[in-house]
Design a protein around this ligand. Structure first.
Ligand code: GLA
Length: 395
C-alpha cells in the first residue's frame, strides 16, 4: 500500500489525526549465493529488495502497545511489562514483541505506541519478510527510546540487526544466522552485500548484470516444516565441526576449513549424512568467494554456474530443497538466456533466484509458469527483483 493509504487506515483503526504519525521501513532480502553458511562463519552475498515492511507509528503517553496489520483482522494489545507472557500464544505479532523484549534487555526504554504494519514481502516466501518486520520494529523502538532519553545520535543499524536475530532465537525459537537481519538493516540500492558472518565485516558491491536481471520465482509453497529442519541442520554442523576439530584443532568455525583440508580429513566425520552437510558448507563458502571475484571482473557466466552448483549442493548434500524448487531450477537452466538459477533463503519452499537476460524474461515466465502449473496444480509467481536500501525512517 502507499504510505498515504496506510496512514488513512491507521487513523481509521486508532483514531486521531495524521499529525504525530511516523513512518519506518525495512526491506526483505534475496540471497544471491552463500546459503546455510552464515551460522558457520561463512561469507554470504545477499541484497535488500524493494519489497518491504512499512510501519506507521504513533507514540502513546502510557505503556500500552497496540499492533495491527493492514491485511489482518487481528489487533494485538499488550503492555511493555506483559509482552513476554505472550510468547508462543500469538497468531501474529510475535516478531514485533520479540524485538521489543530484546531491545529492553539491551537497555532501550520501550515506549508505548500504536503501530500499523504493511508488508509487501510475501510471507513464507523465503525472502525474509520476518527480518523486514524485525528490523523496522527495532529501528522504530530504538528511535523512540533515544528521543525519550534525549539521545540525538542515529540508531546503530548493525546493533538492530543483532537484536533482531536474538528475537528469532529467544522468542521465535529459530536459531537463525545474521544474514537476513543484516541485509535488511544494511542494504544499499543496486548493491549486494559481501558479508563476513564471523566478524560482520562487509562491503557493498555494485550488482552490475549487464543485459541481464534478477528474477525471483515463488513456489508459493510455505516452508512450514522449515524451523525444525533448520535447527536440525545447525546441530549437524555442530557435530561435523566437533569431529573436524579432533584433526584440525585450530578451527573455531566450519568456514575456516578449506576444501583441501575437508577432502583430506572428511573421514573423521563418521556419520555419512553429517559428512554431506559439511561438504555443502565447505564448498559453498568457497563458491561465494569465487562468485564475488567473478562478479567483480564482470564474469557473470561463471557467477551463474556457481549459482547452479550451489543449488545442486543444497539439493543433494544439504537436502533443504523440495520438488517445487528443484523443478524450477532444473527447468530454468534448460531455457536460453538463463545464466544461473538456484533456491534462495532457508529452503523447503519459498523462492528461486535466477539471472536471466532481459529479452528472455517473457519466455522464462511463460515456459516456467506453464510447466510449474501443469506439474503441481497451482501457479508460481514471478518478481523482477529490484535492489533497494536498508532500514530507515521515512520523513
Ligand atoms: C534463513 C536464516 C538465515 C540463513 C538462511 C540460509 O533465511 O534466517 O540466517 O541461515 O536461512 O542461508
Amino acid at each position: 500500500m502507499e504510505i498515504i493509504d496506510i496512514k488513512k487506515q491507521f487513523i481509521e483503526t486508532f483514531g486521531g489525526s495524521d499529525e504525530e504519525l511516523r513512518v519506518f521501513t525495512s526491506p526483505g532480502r534475496v540471497n544471491l549465493i552463500g546459503e546455510h553458511i552464515d551460522y558457520c562463519g561463512g561469507h554470504v552475498f545477499p541484497a535488500a529488495l524493494t519489497m518491504k515492511t512499512t510501519i506507521v507509528a504513533r507514540k502513546r503517553n502510557d505503556n500500552i502497545i497496540r499492533l495491527k496489520a493492514t491485511d489482518l483482522d487481528i489487533l494485538v494489545e499488550t503492555t511493555t511489562q506483559d509482552m513476554a507472557s505472550l510468547k508462543g500464544k500469538l497468531k501474529w505479532g510475535d516478531y514485533q514483541l520479540g524485538v521489543a523484549i530484546e531491545l529492553m534487555k539491551a537497555g532501550y526504554d520501550i515506549v508505548g505506541c500504536d503501530l500499523l504494519y504493511d508488508d509487501t514481502t510475501p510471507h513464507g516466501g523465503g525472502l525474509s519478510s520476518s527480518a523486514a518486520i524485525e528490523v523496522s520494529t527495532a529501528l522504530m523502538f530504538a528511535t523512540f527510546s533515544n528521543e525519550k532519553k534525549g539521545i540525538d545520535s542515529s540508531v546503530d543499524m548493525i546493533e538492530m540487526a543483532k537484536l533482531s536475530q536474538l528475537a528469532e532465537h529467544n522468542f521465535i525459537e529459530v536459531n537463525c544466522g545474521i544474514m537476513d537481519q543484516f541485509a535488511s538493516a544494511m542494504g544499499k540500492k543496486d548493491h549486494a552485500i559481501f558479508l563476513n558472518c564471523s566478524n560482520l565485516d562487509f562491503e557493498h558491491i555494485p550488482l552490475e548484470l549487464g543485459d541481464a536481471c534478477l528474477v525471483l520465482t515463488n513456489t508459493n509453497k510455505k516452508h512450514s516444516l522449515g524451523a525444525s529442519k533448520y535447527n536440525e541442520r545447525r546441530m549437524e554442523c555442530e557435530e561435523g565441526l566437533n569431529a573436524l576439530k579432533t584433526v584440525l584443532p585450530g578451527i573455531n568455525e566450519l568456514a575456516e576449513v578449506s576444501v583441501e583440508d575437508f577432502e583430506a580429513h572428511k573421514d573423521v566425520i563418521t556419520n555419512e549424512i553429517t559428512r554431506k552437510r559439511i561438504k555443502h558448507v565447505v564448498y559453498e563458502c568457497d563458491r561465494v568467494l569465487r562468485s564475488v571475484s567473478a562478479l567483480k571482473s564482470g564474469d557473470i557466466a561463471t557467477f551463474g554456474q556457481l549459482m547452479n552448483q550451489s543449488h545442486d549442493s543444497l539439493r543433494y548434500d544439504y537436502e533443504v530443497t523440495c520438488d517445487e524448487l528443484d523443478l524450477l531450477a532444473d527447468e530454468a537452466r534448460k531455457l536460453s538466456g538463463v545464466i544461473g538459477s538456484r533456491m534462495t533463503g532457508a529452503g523447503f519452499g519459498g523462492c528461486t533466484v535466477s539471472i536471466v537476460k532481459k529479452d528472455a524474461v517473457p519466455e522464462f515466465k511463460e515456459k516456467l509458469g506453464k510447466i510449474y502449473l501443469e506439474t503441481f496444480g497451482h501457479p508460481c509467481d514471478f518478481y523482477i527483483s529490484e535492489i533497494g536500501d536498508g532500514g530507515r525512517e521515512i520523513k
